[in-house]
Design a protein around this ligand. Sequence first.
Ligand SMILES: [Zn+2]
Length: 304
Amino acid sequence: MMNKRATLFLFLPVVCLLLSSSALAQLKVVTTLTDLQSITSLIGGDKVDVFAIATGYQNPHFVDPKPSYILKLSRADVFVTVGLDLEIGWVPPLLNSARNSKIQKGGDGYVDASVNIPLLQVPTSASRGQGDIHVFGNPHYWLDPQNGKIIAKNIFDALVRVDPDRRSFYEANLKKFNETIDAKTREWTEKLRPYAGTKVIAYHNEWPYFEQRFGLQIVDFLEPKPGIPPTPSQLLKVINEMKRDHIKIIIISPYFTTESADMVARNAGGKVVTIATSVGANEKIKTYYDLFEYNISQLIEALR
Ligand SMILES: [Zn+2]
């Protein structure tokens, strides 16, 4: 017994040293969403320790800025945000409180993942409706896997700025990510091809990028405007559209209550399909790749 304990005390400092040196070598990355976390992990591998602020089953527009996130941000080497005001209610106060110049806008560790994304639904001042929370264009761009490659490049650039010695490691991972996304996109597109042009209804306007990539046609929303909860007149309008155009599917994200969607589906003879907007929406979705695998299988099951 004494021997064992003595051995433990002898080796403890060595173990601590080993742990702290490997921890020091890892870059600390904070991302707003789990999707950005997954892509960062795929590019950074074991050289990054990535924390996501929002969970995969939370509405990314509305996240409570807790003090524990400020601590994480104050120690971060890299920060990755969706941008386009998706996180307007919670990222600015967190970044201000974190007082970490490395990850402020313009800092080497700051990543606006929307840079170079071909944006959809950029409002003109004439079309900008009151209460609309998509003020700079639709911010749900990560739901097209091909945009994942642009996000990955933006993250890669920051990792190289902060950690130039490991450029070739990050470069190899980026290449592998791009190849995997291309191969899988072809597979996913093929699976959904028989349903191209199928009209569906969505709760929130989160799907234009997904729709464009995979050929579905989202014709209306339960929300009268992005961020404005469903109103009786909007729901009635949708019921009539569904009946008129024989629309059978309403897609909804995990963070919305299903009551209004259920009511519309009952009245119009359709069904509600919950699909994920982020990694971690449920236990099956562990990576950015899984997000599409899951959504496409859910949709095919419903459309069949
Ligand atoms: Zn939105």
